[in-house]
Structures are given as structure tokens and as C-alpha cells.
Design a protein. Structure first.
Lengths: 572, 339
């Protein structure tokens, strides 16, 4: 539930893009092919795992990282109160305990959450991890100079809205209590049944106050995980991690930590990464990527080669690409026009533009097609595979446009296969058949983001994409459809500017639930209810395909991240 | 008296101009490479002009999607051999969309050639006006225009174009904008050449005579100087055209050129660069088209320069066409040869 504050919402958007870009995949949850790529598939300890990435690990400070479930490389160094279940497929969408003994004990109305730390937890220097360190880690994420994390803590913790962090405000946050070294209690200002999901983010990692060096902490954060940072060059471009001898598998059942060393090399071109992984020469044989997908052209080449195809992993991150309408702009104020476009859309050509059926699945629901989000199938304006031009024309006639209509579709000029010109052109072609002439307005990446996320400049008809901070319907629906999250000055994500009392009330009601399965069902029902208003046209859910080097073993891809989990990978 | 002199000279100049054009063609024809290049350029222009006809003949258009011709499960690579070449799709189809590549290529020629030729016209026009004005104007005007010219020569074309194309509103027609940006930025060199040549011509007797007879600057420029500027300007323009084609392709490649779905060779190159292994013909077609066009225009430009260069006349064994000095003898020689 993202609060409508300018910077935080912006950060959310940017980081979601990063998370998606960062989606690493090596082997599908369903097609478990990468496991058997080398004769002996039993993973062993030892060796060096190389990570080839395009985006450097800048801001390697737990306060500044914006992650879904604690991140991939960060999660090797930072343990959190809870974490994502490191399992293939749907099982991987569950929250499991990490530093804590359970996923949290809520009070009756889910406003107070209590955690107890496991016994025997140690930092890389052998000192004990205490609950006060977790409280301190959270507090420092409020410091303006360490901004970058998700906005939830500021929104949810009692009295945290104006807190400036422990450097300025020595008293700390009264909303977090640490009655003893192993207990930590959070007081929230409203019921939040999904607090355990939030506790997976890196802000919940312990930071020993004595070792805190402020903005310099990112150069050598004190590890609570299986690896410690031994080298950080060029602001995270080259990171070398080695074993933390004080970490013990006895108190961490999630991270496998097979390799002895992890060498993260970033700043590489995506085609170079895929080329190096497919060649698998030298150290690249024991390499993976945590942020580079196979593009359509690369996929075409890889699928033609059996050896390469066996090294491709497939993953699903909860993400939806859609057309957004702004009903404040004519003619999109007319539901019939929005419905006509919903009917006219040719999802097969959009899917092809996004990389084909292997890289995108057609979407008719706003929620991703995963159970944890509460996915409830519906197709309220059935366009079939290739669009229903006849039905669209009929609706346009009823709407008062018997001779067709000319509209402008705004898209991003960046080649991202999400909101890019290829997708826009595919929609243009499909709508032509229904008598709708589409003019394309392509904007440069930054300009696009600013334009569509400001209520003052928001166009009537544009391409958008959304992913959640954790695999649940709440962070997926609320920022987009909660009327109280419309941001007048700053980054607004409620593009339709929907402010429907019944929708808002239902969001509040679901947030009170601590039974996440029951909550998921209601998110699904809410999605269908909002879908009837045709405020968006869901287009597709992306699928991640990634290569791994030929010596890589034990590839695990959860539906939470859609990408290979680096803590599970072995190179021997 | 001076009136009479000028009056008699004008038709002579015209006559020499006409025969100059004849000489020019004859000299161009003697260069085999230039002739072939001219043929290719003519063919390309014809293809660009006849794009709707050609695609109608093929039965395709550049924007229609053909999802049945691509393999969606393999990233959208064209089905069939050689990128889906068939009787219906002469050069195959585009990956991911199935749009006809022949249609996109010939329509792309319109953008590439249209922008390049129009931009050259603008460059020549601005260059001529500024160059002649600087040479004929007073010291201050010359100083001012020459410095402005220097500034434009020093401007980095690509960076300026990128900046300009990024700030102009999207509603402005893109091909026109690209033309204007290229044309109005890189006219400096041509202005410099025109100014230098005009200063030379200005010192010649017939121009002095015209000035003495009381002709205005505008009339002198039009009647006496322009014919003399034709050779260097045409030569330089023929070099500018291929440069402009490359610039347009580069701008489209960088995503600030013409907008989709309008095809352009540069844009096709951008989309195709990742496909070089999976669908090589997709990359080779626009790259080849650009290569052939730029090479043909460059060879033609070289031929034009040779044909207009009096010093090359003897080498080619064709007359110089200009009735002055040693050239007169050359004319005679040529006439004797042809007789």
C-alpha cells in the first residue's frame, strides 16, 4: 500500500523496473531442464560463481536498496526478519522466517507485530546479532541521506511520517520496541496483514550501530548472511564476496551457499552477457546473470541449439503490461470507447511484439496469473486472440463514433519490450481494423515517466506496466486503483484517477486480514470488479528466460522473483 | 559602350552554359564507374517514387502484420527459409511482426532519399545565399557572416541534431523536421566554398565590367556569379547527399528520426541489429541498401567533380567547355576529335 508521497512512489516505480530488469532466471519451475545440464547434478560446495550483470550494485546499503523479497545478491549478505521461500514455482511466493523464529505474531487487529530472533545469530566479526540492531537498521533507513527504500515503513509505523533517522533524532522510533535482545515489536497505525512480506526487505537487516559509517557503510556493510563483502570497486561495479565463517546453516535453512567465492561483474552490455553465457568459456562456465533476460532474437538462436536450450531457465515474476486510460481526457471519458478498444486489441500481435509466446503470456486480468496474487480469471471484453473488430465498431457506433475515431497513444521510446514503440505499433495496427486511427506519441524514457505519472500532464491513452513489491494483490491493486493514493503534485500511479468509495473500503477491509489465502481471494474478486469499468486493457504478463553457464547446478526459480535464486546455485 | 559589352556577353555566357552542360554529360559518360553509379541512383530514385506501385505489384504494404508467418514461440523469427522469402514476400518478412520487408525497404528509400535530397537543397540554398552575401557585402557583413559560418562549421551535427530533435514537439512532421535540422545545421562548408569562389570571380574582368556598367549586386550575383559557382556547388552537393543519407540513417538508428510505423533504413537497422544471427537478411537488407546507395552517390559525386574539373578534361579527353585560356584549345581538340 504505497503512500501517495512524491519521492517514494517514484522510487517504487523505478525500482520495480529494476526488479524486473533484475529478474534472473536459469531454469523453469515447470521445465526443470537446467538441472540436468551436466552429468552429476548433485550440488557440491566450493568454487567461484561469476555473476555477469548490466546494472552495477550501487547503493549496496541495506537502507537504500529497494528490493522485492530482499534482492538476489544483497540477500547473500543481508539477512532479514523474514525472507522469501527459496523454492521453485508457486511455493516460492511464501514468506518464511529468516532471522526470526516465525513470520511474525500479529495482535488481534494486525496492528502490532512481534518477532523473536533465533539463537546463535552472528555477524561476520563473530559478535551477536540483537533486536536493537534491527531497530537501528530500520531507523537509519529514515535518514534523508540513506533514502531509496520502499515507502511502507514510513507509512505504516506509528509516528514515523516525519522521522529523520537516528543521526538527527537520537531518540529513535518509539513504534519499534526491543524489550530484550531477541524480541522486537512493531506498532502500526492501521491493520496490515501483509507485514511479514514487508519484513523481507533489506531495511529489516541488522546494522550494528558501532560499525555504522553513514553513507560510507555501503562500501563494507557488516554481513549477517553467508557471504561478506571483500571488495567493492567503482561503486558496486565489481563486487567480490567470500564466505562469512560465522554464518551457520544451522540457523539459516534458506540459503544454500555452495560456492566459496562470488564475483559480481557489472556494467556489461546485455548482448555481451548473453554471448558470454552461451559461449561458457573459462570462468564464464560457472557464471549466471541476475539482471539480463534473453531477448527475442537471442531466444530464436538459443531455441535452435539443443545444448543452449537446455541451459535456459524460465521464470514468472508477477507483472502486468497494460494500456492505461485517463478518463479525464476525451473520448476516454466514455466507457464505450474504452470497451471498444478493449475488444479491438490484438493480443497475439502484442505478444509477438513483446518477444513472442515464449516471453509473454496474453493477459485479460489486471492481476498477474498467479495464485498468490489472488488471480481470478476473467475476460470481460473478449477480444479473442486477434481482436474483435466487429464488436468494437458496434460499441463505437453506440458511443457516437459511427465513422471511426482518431486517438493518440503515448509510449516510451526506450527499447524495453514493455511500453516501447513495437508494442504501440502492434496496437495501432489492430485498432485500425476497428476503424480507430491511432497516432503514436513516443517520448524519451525520463520524459515519458514524468509525463504519464503526473496528473497535470497525463495523456488519455498510454502504455504502462506494473509489478508488485511482493507477491500479493495488495501492492498490485492499491497504488493503481485506491482513490486515496491519487497524487496531485508528484508521481501518481492511479492513472485512471479512480476514487470509488466501495473500492477504497474493500482495500481497507482486506488489509486487515492476516489469513493471506483469504485475502488473496478477495483481491481477485476486487480485481474483477474494477475490471468491469474498463479503466485498463491488460495486455500481457512477461516471462523471463535466462541462460546459465554450463557448470551451473541447482537452479531454483521462484514465482516471487521469476529469476534464479543466487543463494541456491552451485558450481561444482 | 559598357552596356553593349554586357549585352553581348550575356548570350555568350548562356551559350557557353548550354554547351557546358553538354560537355559535362559527355565527360561524365566517359567515366564508367560514374555512369553505373548514376544508373543505380536513378533506379533508386525511381524505386522510391514508385514505392506504392511496386508494393501493389507485390500485393503487400509496409505496415500490415502477418502473425502467421512468424514463429511466436521462438521469439518471432520468420518461418520458412531465408527469412520467409516467397512469391508473396519477395524479400521475406520482419521478425516479431511479419511485416513485408520488400515494402518496408522501398518505402524506406523514400525517407532516406527524400530527406537527403531535400536537406541538400536547403544546405546549398543557405550556403549560396550566405557565401555570396559575405563575398559581395561590405567588410562588416563579411566578417559577421564568416564568423557565423565558422560557428556552423564547428557545430557537431549529430549532437546538435539529437538535441534539436529531442526538444521539438512530437506533433511536428518528423521527416520534415529531420530535413530541416540537417539542412539548417550543416551548410557552413558550402558557404565557405561559395564565398571563396565568389571572391575569385569578383576580381575577374567580366564581373568588374558588369559592376562598372552600374548593375546592382543582386543582378551581378544572379547573372554573372551563379553560373561560375555552379561547378563547385554541384560538386559539393553531390558529396553532401550521401553524407546526409548516413546522417538520417544514424538519427533514425538512434531513435530520433522518423516515427514508426513509417519505415526508414536507419530504423530498420536499429530493430535488426540484435537479429544478425537469427534472421541475418533482416539486417543485411537495410545495411545493403544503405551501402549501395551511399557508395553509388559517392562514386557519382566523384564523377561529377571530375567532369566539372577543367584539369581533368585532358585526362578524360573531353573538352573543358569554358572559353578561356588553355581551355579554348581543349575545346578545339575535343571538336576535332569528335569530328
Amino acid at each position: 500500500m504505497r503512500h501517495p508521497s512524491v519521492t517514494s512512489a517514484r522510487a517504487a516505480y523505478v525500482s520495480l523496473a529494476l526488479v524486473v530488469a533484475a529478474g534472473a532466471a536459469a531454469c523453469g519451475p515447470k521445465d526443470n531442464d537446467a538441472n540436468g545440464s551436466s552429468g552429476d547434478s548433485t550440488p557440491h560446495k566450493g568454487g567461484t560463481l561469476t555473476v555477469l550483470n548490466s546494472d552495477p550494485q550501487t547503493d549496496f546499503d541495506p537502507a537504500r536498496l529497494y528490493t522485492s523479497g530482499g534482492g538476489n545478491v544483497p540477500s547473500l549478505v543481508f539477512r532479514t526478519l523474514t525472507t522469501r521461500n527459496r523454492a521453485d514455482g508457486a511455493a516460492g511466493t511464501k514468506v518464511v522466517p529468516d532471522l526470526a523464529t516465525d513470520t511474525g505474531r500479529p495482535s488481534k487487529n494486525a496492528t502490532v507485530w512481534t518477532y523473536t530472533l533465533k539463537k546463535g545469530l552472528k555477524y561476520e566479526d563473530g559478535t551477536a546479532i540483537t533486536s536493537a540492531d534491527i531497530k537501528y537498521g530500520i531507523e537509519r533507513s529514515f535518514a534523508p541521506e540513506l533514502s531509496g527504500g520502499a515507502p511502507y515503513l514510513r507509512d505504516w509505523l506509528v509516528g514515523a511520517a516525519d522521522y529523520q533517522g537516528p543521526y538527527k533524532d537520537k531518540k529513535g522510533l518509539s513504534a519499534i520496541e526491543t524489550p530484550d535482545d531477541r524480541t522486537i515489536v512493531f506498532h502500526l497505525n492501521k491493520p496490515e496483514g501483509e507485514f511479514p512480506f514487508l519484513a523481507t526487505q533489506t531495511q529489516f537487516t541488522p546494522v550494528p550501530q558501532a560499525k555504522d559509517t553513514g553513507t560510507k557503510y555501503e562500501e563494507h556493510p557488516v554481513s549477517s548472511g553467508p557471504y561478506k563483502v571483500v571488495k567493492n570497486e567503482n561503486d558496486g561495479e565489481h563486487l567480490v564476496l567470500e564466505r562469512n565463517k560465522y554464518w551457520s546453516a544451522a540457523v539459516d535453512d534458506q540459503r544454500k551457499a555452495y560456492p566459496d567465492t562470488i564475483d559480481v561483474q557489472s556494467g556489461l552490455d546485455s548482448s555481451v552477457i548473453n554471448q558470454r553465457l552461451s559461449a561458457s568459456q573459462g570462468t564464464d562456465a560457472a557464471a549466471v546473470t541476475t539482471d539480463t533476460n534473453l531477448g527475442p532474437a537471442e531466444l530464436a538462436k538459443v531455441t535452435g541449439d539443443k545444448e543452449l536450450a537446455a541451459r535456459v531457465g524460465t521464470g514468472h515474476f508477477g507483472y502486468t503490461n497494460y494500456i492505461a486510460f485517463n478518463p479525464k481526457v476525451k473520448p476516454f471519458d466514455n466507457p464505450k470507447v474504452r470497451q471498444a478498444i478493449s475488444y479491438a486489441v490484438d493480443r497475439s500481435s502484442v505478444v509477438n511484439a513483446a518477444g513472442g509466446s515464449a516471453l509473454a503470456e496474453p493477459a485479460t486480468t489486471f492481476l498477474p496469473n498467479q495464485k498468490s496474487f489472488g488471480y481470478t480469471p476473467y475476460d470481460l471484453f473478449p477480444a479473442g486472440d486477434t481482436g474483435n473488430a466487429a464488436k468494437a465498431k458496434e460499441l463505437l457506433k453506440e458511443a457516437g463514433y459511427p465513422n471511426g475515431l482518431t486517438v493518440t497513444l503515448t509510449h516510451d521510446n526506450a527499447d524495453n519490450f514493455k511500453t516501447s514503440p513495437e508494442i504501440a505499433t502492434a496496437i495501432q495496427d489492430a485498432l485500425k481494423k476497428a476503424g480507430i486511427t491511432v497516432k503514436l506519441q513516443g517520448l524519451e524514457d525520463n520524459n515519458y515517466s514524468d509525463t504519464v505519472h503526473s496528473v497535470k500532464t497525463e495523456p488519455g491513452f498510454f502504455l504502462a506496466a506494473w509489478g508488485a513489491d511482493w507477491p500479493s494483490g495488495g501492492p498490485f491493486l492499491a497504488p493503481i486503483f485506491d482513490g486515496r493514493q491519487i497524487v496531485k503534485d508528484g508521481a501518481n500511479f492511479n492513472a485512471s484517477q479512480l476514487n470509488d468509495a466501495s473500492v477504497n473500503a474493500e482495500i481497507d477491509a482486506i488489509n486487515k486480514l492476516t489469513d493471506l489465502d483469504a485475502a488473496a481471494q478477495r483481491w481477485g474478486a476486487l480485481d474483477k470488479k474494477i475490471g468491469a469499468q474498463a479503466l485498463t486493457v491488460p495486455l500481457f504478463h512477461p516471462v523471463y528466460k535466462r541462460l546459465v553457464g554450463k557448470d551451473i547446478k541447482n537452479v531454483v526459480i521462484s514465482d516471487w522473483t521469476g529469476v534464479l535464486d543466487i543463494s541456491q546455485v552451485a558450481v561444482k | 559602350m559598357s552596356e553593349a559589352l554586357v549585352a553581348t556577353q550575356a548570350p555568350e555566357a548562356l551559350a557557353s552554359g548550354a554547351s557546358g552542360a553538354r560537355q559535362f554529360w559527355r565527360r561524365l559518360r566517359t567515366q564508367r564507374a560514374a555512369t553505373v553509379a548514376a544508373g543505380i541512383v536513378a533506379l533508386l530514385v525511381l524505386v522510391a517514387l514508385a514505392a506504392p506501385l511496386l508494393t501493389a505489384l507485390e500485393g503487400q504494404d509496409p505496415t500490415t502484420y502477418h502473425p502467421s508467418l512468424i514463429d511466436s514461440a521462438r521469439g518471432g523469427v520468420p518461418t520458412g527459409s531465408l527469412g520467409g522469402i516467397s512469391g508473396h514476400h519477395w524479400l521475406g518478412v520482419e521478425p516479431q511482426t511479419g511485416r513485408d520487408l520488400f515494402a518496408r525497404l522501398v518505402y524506406g528509400a523514400r525517407v532516406s532519399l527524400g530527406v537527403a535530397f531535400s536537406a541538400t537543397v536547403i544546405q546549398v540554398f543557405v550556403g549560396l545565399v550566405v557565401g555570396v552575401a559575405a563575398a559581395l557585402g561590405g567588410r562588416w557583413i563579411d566578417q559577421l557572416l564568416s564568423r557565423i559560418t565558422d560557428i556552423f562549421v564547428a557545430l557537431p551535427l549529430m549532437i546538435m541534431s539529437l538535441a534539436l530533435l529531442a526538444i521539438v514537439p512530437q506533433s511536428f512532421p518528423r521527416p520534415v523536421l529531420v530535413t530541416l535540422v540537417i539542412g539548417l545545421i550543416s551548410w557552413g562548408s558550402i558557404a565557405k566554398i561559395v564565398r571563396a569562389q565568389t571572391l575569385t570571380l569578383k576580381g575577374l574582368d567580366y564581373v568588374a565590367a558588369a559592376r562598372l556598367s552600374g548593375w546592382g549586386a543582386w543582378r551581378i550575383a544572379r547573372r554573372e556569379l551563379l553560373p561560375g559557382l555552379a561547378a563547385p556547388v554541384i560538386t559539393y552537393a553531390s558529396i553532401l547527399i550521401p553524407v546526409n543519407i548516413s546522417v538520417e540513417a544514424a538519427l533514425s538508428f538512434l531513435g530520433v528520426g522518423v516515427k514508426p510505423p513509417t519505415p526508414s533504413w536507419g530504423q530498420m537497422l536499429t530493430a535488426a541489429d540484435v537479429w544478425y544471427q537469427a534472421a541475418p537478411q533482416y539486417l543485411l537488407l537495410p545495411a545493403g541498401a544503405l551501402f549501395v546507395t551511399v557508395l553509388a552517390l559517392a562514386v557519382l559525386g566523384d564523377g561529377v567533380r571530375t567532369a566539372l574539373d577543367p584539369r581533368a578534361a585532358s585526362r578524360l579527353g573531353v573538352g573543358t567547355g569554358r572559353g578561356r585560356g588553355r581551355g579554348r584549345e581543349a575545346v578545339t581538340t575535343a571538336k576535332e576529335e569528335s569530328a
